[in-house]
Design a protein around this ligand. Sequence first.
Ligand SMILES: Cc1ncc(COP(=O)(O)O)c(C=O)c1O
Length: 360
Amino acid sequence: MNIFKKSLDKVKPYVPGKPIEEVKRALGLGEVYKLASNEVPFPPSYIRKAINDEIKNINRYPEASCFYLRKELARQLGVSDNQIVFGNGSDELISLALRSIIEDGDEVIIAQPTFLIYEIQAIACNAEIKRVPLKNFCYDLNAMAEAVTKKTKIIFIANPDNPTGTYLNHKQVGVFLSKIPKNILLFFDEAYFEFAPGDFPQTKKFLKNRGNIIFSRTFSKIYGLAGLRLGYAITSVEIAEGLDKIREPFNINRFAQVAALAGIKDKSFIKKVLPYIKKEKEYFYREMDKLGLVYVKSATNFIFVNFKQDTLKLNDYLLKNGVIIRELTGWGLKNCFRVTVGLRKENKKFIGCLKNYLKQ
Ligand SMILES: Cc1ncc(COP(=O)(O)O)c(C=O)c1O
C-alpha cells in the first residue's frame, strides 16, 4: 500500500556521486580518483586543533544559534547577526525556504537543467514547477522573468550554475531583479561563488534593495568541509525569522561549527585552493582542446563537457580504470558529463583514460 503523498510519485530521487570506498570495494580496485562531486581535492588542516578541542564536549548538544560562528561571519560579511541562517549543508536551506513558503499549487521557477535539489524538494512541497530551458548553457533570465505568473512564489537561480559552471554577473542580475515583483522570493544559490570572476553580483547591494531575497553559500566547496555539512543563507531579518521557525534547533553539529569558524578566521586554505584549481582548470582546457572536445568555460571547480556521444559507456570505462566522473543522464543530458578539478595526478589520469577511450 502506498502511504506517501501523491506528489512523491513525480520525484526522481537524487543519485549522488559514488563514494571512493564503494567503488574500490565493488570493483576490487586499489586506487580510485573521485572527480564527481565538486569537492576540493585536499583535506583542510586548519580544522585539526578546533576539532580536537571540541571532542571533550561531544556528549552535549551543540549551540542552536551557532553563536561564535554567527558573530564572526556576520562581522566579515558586514550584515547583522540576525540576517544569517545556518543549514545542514546549503541543501537544507533550499528545503527550509520551500517548506516555509509553498502552499499546494504555488509555482516555483527553475532552469532546466540545473541543480536537481530545487525540483525534488519543490515537488515534495506540492509546488507546480515551471522549467525554463538554458540558452547556450546559461540561465535565460529574460525567459525566466517572462515565466512569472500571479502564482509564482520562489525563483531558484544557481549562480554559478551546476552542472554547466556558467555564471551571471552583477549587471545581468540587477536587470533581472528589476523585472521581478517584490513579493516573489529570489533564491540565489551561490555554492561556488568564491571561484567566480570579479564581476560576480555584489550580494549586499541587492540585499539592501529587496527583502525577499536569499543568497545561500556553503562550507562544502572552497573550505573543504563537505563531510561536515554546513551552509548559510544571507537574507533579510524577516526571511531569516521565517526559516528559523521550522529549522531543527540542533541542525549544525559541534564539529561543523568550530571547523567553519577556524576556516573563516584562517584564510590560508582558500589561498592555496583557488590558484590550484585555476591552474588545473587551464590544464583541462588545454588537454581537452587537443582532444577536440567541446566544453564550457567554468566559473567553478568543475567542467561541463558536451561529449556528443553516449557518456554511460565512457563512465563505465572510467570506473573500471578507477576514475569517477558525473555522467548527466539524471539531468536528461545523456551526451554530456561533468568532471571536478582534482589533484594534478588525478587530472592526468583522467585525461589519459579519456585519450585511450577515444582511441578505441
Ligand atoms: C549548486 C549547488 N548548490 C548546493 C549544493 C549543496 O551544497 P551543500 O553541500 O552545502 O549542501 C551543491 C553541491 O554540489 C551545488 O552544486
